[in-house]
Ligand binder design. Structure first.
Ligand code: SF4
Length: 552
């Protein structure tokens, strides 16, 4: 049986927001605090931990003992120093006559705030995808779960007078976390069901959230019935409730205004609000596009859609998958390239629930352009993927490299191969290709010789005011890995980060006009380079026979 300890906080009961008895500071100024591996005493969750979660529940009054803190399992100081990948469950239960279960997701997201306000705690992620580090200094100063519980409860009661009673349970015993995690997942799924059936066309108001601006200064989540928040924690209904409960909070209504692009999902009202909330950095957002002014990416996204130029398709990798994608980068490395509130053409952070949206990647062809998913994400999205394409999307189990990917797509007759054919792209049988399955004839039996022309990307614009590199999720990111580059032009940038930390180079497509503006050679193809905090020197450009090059 795991050890169970119970504490009581009288200041919570009295609704007092003092922190004199907490051994570390508590202040908004600690939002964004980074805790590097060498400074960490203990780490909970993260991609290598299967069972971790945080949950907010609205429960009947008789089920809550105001100010109670329960700890099931070891306390912070009882882990060995440097302990990583520990399971953790956090359950906040609250009661109040005005409290509505519909608001659970919104209250739950506040945990991200409150935990980060505690000096020596770094919190990222949401729901069952959290990652928390506690610093050596904080544990040595005496910080324990009891104190974290007190801070959380006092802040909740200070912010929300409608919370009449509140209690917190921390679970660190692995078996107990596993059991509670299964229940938490059921609750998340039930919440997600509520928003299904509502379409963007049915409503006049979307919602925005800027909670992540402490990490991603130009990030604005636009939450619609068909595009949930990047963190996966807030649906359109959650956001609606949040904006009503806390009109001065980080979640606010966005009158959507006239539709500019019904396929891409661009609205006048959204553009206006995002421009203001991003301090003028982001002036246009297409909610359902990866190439054209995609949604900004914060750092809390559950998954990333990334472009694979060699096959003109998209991969999807989730935070839960630690291995490499076919482009040779893992989730953290790609996340480093796109997070911080950036719009990076060809990449976009998403909440996993967006995979069930009818408007998913609508601008670029939806599921017919998805050519790879990690196995966790594919399993999670299994029932949302159109049946006719389900078996044609490989995972890391079938495909590890771009060459294997091309071979697989041809073999199974993935719809993308038809697009290659329609675009007049030359295809030749891969050297090691096996005969295609009888029921899955390839559209073109040939080896892919991509011509690099990717129309949507050609219109992409470089960022003009790159935000600072975002803190999470990345401390252990490996040094730069060469970005994928369209063929046949091979531009090999020598990226020299100006920041001290090694950073991966974002793939970015530059139009001829933009190339001219930055003094780059003007080529008939998009070139993949980065203009983000690095100086770029193109040392080698390979022009294939028959291509023309214009010099100015
Ligand atoms: S990911 Fe978006 S919705 Fe979620 S907390 Fe951050 S800004 Fe808000």
């Amino acid at each position: 049986m795991p050890q169970v300890r119970v504490f009581k906080d009288e200041l919570t009961v009295q609704r007092q927001t003092k922190f004199d008895d907490i051994p570390v500071d508590v202040s908004m100024s600690y939002e964004g605090e980074r805790i590097r591996k060498q400074d960490m005493y203990v780490e909970f969750g993260g991609v290598k931990v299967q069972h971790k979660f945080e949950l907010f529940r609205v429960v009947p009054e008789e089920n809550v003992e105001d100010g109670k803190i329960v700890l099931i399992g070891p306390d912070l100081n009882e882990f060995p120093e440097g302990a990583a990948h520990q399971p953790l469950g956090i359950i906040v239960e609250a009661a109040g006559k005005e409290l509505k279960p519909e608001a659970e997701g919104v209250f739950e997201r506040k945990l991200h705030y409150y935990m980060n306000w505690i000096q020596g705690i770094m919190h990222t992620g949401s729901r069952d995808d959290i990652w928390i580090r506690v610093s050596k200094k904080a544990v040595k100063a005496g910080l324990r779960f009891e104190h974290i519980g007190k801070v959380i409860m006092r802040l909740y009661k200070a912010d929300f007078p409608i919370i009449e009673k509140i209690q917190v349970t921390f679970i660190t015993d692995p078996q107990e976390v596993e059991k509670a995690h299964a229940e938490a997942v059921k609750i998340y799924r039930a919440r997600d069901e509520r928003v299904m059936g509502i379409r963007e066309e049915d409503v006049d108001v979307f919602y925005g959230c800027v909670l992540c601006q402490s990490f991603a200064p130009t990030h604005v989540c636009v939450i619609t019935p068909e595009r949930p928040a990047n963190c996966g924690a807030i649906t359109w209904i959650d956001a609606k409730v949040a904006a009503m409960l806390d009109p001065k909070g980080p979640i606010f209504p966005i009158p959507k205004g006239n539709c500019i692009d019904p396929i891409g999902g661009e609205y006048e009202g959204v553009n206006e609000v995002v421009k203001v909330k991003s301090q003028g950095t982001v002036t246009s957002v297409k909610l359902h596009s990866v190439f054209e002014n995609p949604h900004t990416s914060c750092g809390c996204f559950e998954a990333i859609v990334f472009y694979i130029p060699e096959v003109d398709g998209f991969g999807i990798v989730s935070r839960k998958y630690t291995g490499n994608t076919p482009i040779g980068l893992n989730f953290i490395q790609i996340a480093n390239m796109i997070s911080g509130g950036k719009q990076v053409s060809g990449f976009v952070g998403i909440g996993l629930l967006y995979l069930r949206s009818r408007k998913f990647l609508q601008k670029e062809g939806g599921w017919n352009r998805v050519v790879w998913m990690d196995s966790y994400t594919k399993e999670r999205a299994r029932e949302w993927i159109p049946k006719e394409i389900l078996d044609k999307i490989p995972t890391e189990k079938e495909v590890q490299t771009v060459d294997q990917l091309k071979e697989f797509l041809v073999k199974v007759g993935h719809p993308i191969t038809k697009l290659w054919a329609e675009a007049g792209i030359e295809v030749a049988a891969p050297a090691q290709a096996q005969a295609p399955a009888a029921e899955a004839k390839p559209a073109v039996e040939a080896k892919v010789e991509m011509k690099a022309e990717v129309k949507p990307a050609a219109e992409a614009k470089p960022e003009t005011a790159p935000p600072p590199p975002p803190p999470p999720p990345k401390p252990e990111a490996k040094p730069e890995v060469a970005p994928p580059a369209p063929k046949p032009v091979e531009a090999k940038p020598e990226a020299k980060p100006e920041a001290t930390a090694p950073m991966a180079v974002p793939f970015m497509t530059v139009s001829p006009e933009e190339a001219a503006k930055y003094g780059l050679p003007v080529l008939p193809f998009p070139i993949s380079i980065t203009l983000q905090n690095v100086r770029v020197k193109i040392s080698k450009v390979i022009i294939k026979k028959g291509d023309t090059v214009e010099r100015r």
